[in-house]
Design a protein around this ligand. Structure first.
Ligand code: ADP
Ligand code: MG
Length: 624
């Protein structure tokens, strides 16, 4: 080829063991935290009851793990750092039932190839400890030294021999935090083992051995979370098919903006697993706002042959033999734990820590004055315009672009069978309910004062009702005697066919009525009864249909799209802020709190009600 040089051909050569292991080490040792993980796992496998972590410079200068486990006999020391050398499995068959955290026999060899590694170890059979330094591929010979039973592994100067990789390390505080994250995660999985961590000679963590699982969670995540962590326990299901689940699920209020507060374990192994993450999100659906992650510690146990842990070099991912079973067991166990709790957020002004902002938007005015109580208002942390907004926000005028009365004349006589009742139970004599500013309901229960957002609660109730009916066969349709033409875009007319399976489930009957028109033949009875404007409803639906993800869900019959639409239906059908209600309706709506599942939050995860306990009132009035 003119102008280009022919590539020089290099002979194919086998890489030296050092280069080969440095390349392989890239998969196992990414950063100091990976070393922490491998070394601590080795200590657990060795039966340690106490594990000490020492870091210097975020682990870049030094990661040291000291354990009191069984130790490595002198004769095995050089073998421990050889590639693919392990005492934990022997044959391929052993891979099907791995009972230890390690099994690949790669960690020490990998760490040795990218750092200066030294090991000191003593077993119960000798009075002396033995010491070995490794650099590159050559362990020095072992030499006797003194020391207690157990093993100390020190990895210094990470990536000293692969400077390119050293550049990918982050700042010392970041690396240190990642090391501690790993250490904490392993501590959560092993409550019987004591854990102690120091960085640059400062103690950062110290948890004793022999803790109960609950004590361990609180020691690691913080004791102040105790009232907001609920026990999850699912070994009593008779159809879990060998999946045991235990742990603690956090109150939706302590959800976080990142998933770092999610600790998931399979057979004692800390994993990131999509199936489980999805199952957890599913369990919290409607209780947590989008983009937030529940705080949770979940241990999932199953027979080792039901899960393949050998799919990821750092063993952070797994493959289940039956992921459906695991998914449903996780979702059900968390749902059950949450259902047993009253999740109404507490109003607590007096605490120094700021409560979630949502709770501050409550109008705490004295009845009749119409203005927020300035004195009380000023005691609220972070209160401000949201408060004022609430009082000035105009209620939008009802926009009726659809002539209901005219349509109702064209209705066929509805079939006499069981018309769908609006989910409002008949009221019993109960606590009195006061409607404030036609938006909030104030009542009492055994714990104190409950303040309810009338729209949010009704919306949640509608949603659960609609979902139950759709899953039970579909929503009833009100057939129109003469179809009603609705203007649409060409694209919307085209989309109509793709939407057909969804429309059928929710009781909408519509067909193309021309290039830019849709003929509505039937509309859900439920929405009709609640005076929802079909034009507005359909345009909302078409807006959602613009999203490919939504349409994929519709095509696959997934519940995601359905829930999304039911969400919209319940929002439109629910009582709005500004709607007046009779005493009978007020009482009925308040009763829905007890009758409806997950009534503490609306389908978008916002709270439907907040509670001011008697105790808080006493504090506010300086009685306590
Ligand atoms: P693996 O853990 O997959 O077996 P490693 O490279 O991590 O591979 O360790 C190699 C071997 O060294 C282990 O199989 C074990 O026998 C021994 N070993 C490593 N760390 C320890 C320790 N802290 N205590 C006792 N033995 C250890
Ligand atoms: Mg190991």
């Amino acid at each position: 080829m003119p102008g280009t040089e022919a590539p020089t051909h290099h002979r194919i050569q086998r890489l030296s063991p050092l280069v080969a292991s440095q390349i392989a080490a890239g998969e196992v040792v990414e950063r100091p935290a990976s070393i922490v993980k491998e070394l601590v796992e080795n200590s657990i496998d060795a039966g340690a009851t106490r594990i000490i972590l020492e870091l210097e410079q975020g682990g870049i200068e030094l990661v040291r793990i000291i354990d009191d486990g069984g130790g490595i006999p002198e004769i095995d020391l050089p073998m421990a750092v050889a590639a693919h050398a392990t005492s934990k499995i022997r044959s391929t068959a052993d891979l099907d039932s791995i009972g230890t955290l390690g099994f690949r026999g790669e960690a020490l060899a990998s760490i040795a190839s990218v750092s200066r590694l030294s090991i000191r170890s003593r077993t119960a059979h000798t009075d002396a400890a033995f010491m070995m330094d490794v650099e590159g591929e050559n362990p020095t010979t072992t030499r006797p030294t003194s020391g207690p039973i157990g093993t100390t592994v020190s990895a210094r100067n990470l990536f000293f021999n692969t400077p390119a990789r050293r550049k990918f390390l982050r700042t010392v505080p970041t690396e240190q935090e990642r090391c501690l994250d790993v250490f904490r995660a392993i501590a959560l999985a092993h409550p019987a083992v004591g854990f102690h961590a120091e960085a640059d000679a400062r103690t950062l963590m110290d948890v004793p051995k022999d803790q109960s699982p609950r004590e361990r969670v609180l020691s690691v995540l913080g004791k102040e979370l105790a009232p907001r962590l609920f026990e999850v326990n699912a070994d009593e299901f008779d159809d879990t098919r060998g999946v045991i689940i235990w742990g603690m699920a956090g109150h939706p209020e302590i959800a976080r903006a990142s998933n770092r507060s999610q600790h998931l374990f399979i057979n004692g192994r800390c994993v990131r697993d999509r199936t489980i993450q999805h199952a957890v999100a599913e369990a919290y659906r409607g209780l947590i706002e989008p983009g937030r992650y529940p705080t949770i510690v979940l241990h999932i146990e199953m027979h080792p042959n039901a899960v393949d842990v050998n799919v990821h070099p750092a063993k952070a991912e797994v493959r289940f033999r039956d992921s459906g079973v695991v998914h449903s067991a996780v979702t059900r166990s968390i749902r059950k734990a949450l259902a047993a709790q009253d999740l109404t957020p507490l109003l607590n002004f007096v605490r120094p820590t700021a409560p979630p902002t949502e709770t501050l938007r409550l109008p705490l005015d004295l009845p009749g004055t119409g203005k927020p109580n300035a004195a009380l208002h000023s005691t609220l942390p972070g209160s401000g315009s949201a408060f004022a907004d609430f009082f000035t926000r105009p209620t939008p005028p009802p926009q009726q672009r659809f002539d209901y009365e005219a349509i109702k004349h064209t209705l066929e006589n509805a079939p006499a069978t069981d018309p769908a009742p609006v989910p409002m139970p008949l009221p019993e004599p109960a606590a009195r309910v006061l409607q404030v500013h036609k938006s909030y309901l104030v009542t009492q229960d055994e714990q104190g004062v409950v303040i309810i957002d009338q729209h949010a609660l009704h919306e949640r109730a509608m949603f659960e009702y609609l979902l139950a009916r759709v899953l039970d066969g579909g929503l009833e349709t009100q057939h129109l005697l003469t179809p009603v033409p609705i203007p649409a875009t060409a694209r919307q007319v085209e989309r109509l066919q793709d939407l057909a399976p969804l429309l059928a489930r929710i009781g909408v009957q519509a067909e193309p009525g021309g290039p830019v028109s849709i003929l509505l033949r039937g509309f859900p009875t439920f929405l009709f009864d609640r005076n929802v404007d079909p034009v507005e409803f359909l345009s909302g639906l078409f807006e959602k249909a613009e999203s490919d993800a939504f349409m994929t869900d519709v095509a696959s019959g997934s519940e995601e799209a359905l829930r999304d639409v039911l969400d919209m239906m319940s929002c439109k059908a629910a009582i709005k802020a500004g709607d007046g209600m009779s005493d009978v309706e007020l009482a009925a709506l308040v009763r829905l709190r007890d009758d409806v599942e997950r009534s503490s939050n609306c389908p978008h995860g916002r709270p439907t009600s907040v509670r001011l306990t008697i105790r808080e009132l006493e504090k506010l009035f300086h009685r306590a």
